[in-house]
Design a protein. Structure first.
Length: 137
């Protein structure tokens, strides 16, 4: 899979957040703010990775905005257990189709984040211009 590193990091954070949601109330996770994950390729065999709730909620919005077949694939891949073959059987699609859909989802989620960042920048610029204009009067 040709994954986009930043999207992959966000989806892994989202998956930890979603997995912990059953322990909390509503849409908020009740978790220890750190999880231990295997990092066997590094000097330290375990690393602590915190769950960023705000980022996970944004990622959840991006995932929920995907077309249903892509959303189902992302949920199965990142939230489901089992091998690629088992996930393939669960989704009733070929493993190659799963990989293609994950790649497509990564691209669309990346665009979603870029569009959101651009909208935030534009709003900040609009507000700054309004403040500059009001200070001259």
């Amino acid at each position: 899979m040709a994954k986009i590193a930043e999207v992959e990091r966000r989806l892994l954070n989202w998956a930890r957040w979603r997995a912990s949601m059953g322990q909390g109330g509503g849409r908020f996770a009740r978790v220890s703010m750190a999880e231990r994950v295997d990092c066997s390729g590094f000097d330290d065999s375990m690393a602590v990775i915190s769950i960023d709730d705000h980022e996970a909620e944004q990622t959840d919005q991006a995932v929920m905005g995907l077309q249903s077949h892509l959303r189902a694939t992302v949920e199965c891949v990142y939230l489901g257990n089992g091998t690629l073959a088992e996930k393939s059987r669960r989704l009733c699609i070929a493993p190659a189709t799963i990989k293609m859909r994950v790649d497509q989802a990564h691209r669309l989620i990346s665009i979603w984040f870029s569009d959101r960042a651009a909208a935030v920048r534009a709003e900040a610029e609009r507000l700054a211009a309004a403040l500059r204009g009001s200070s001259t009067h």
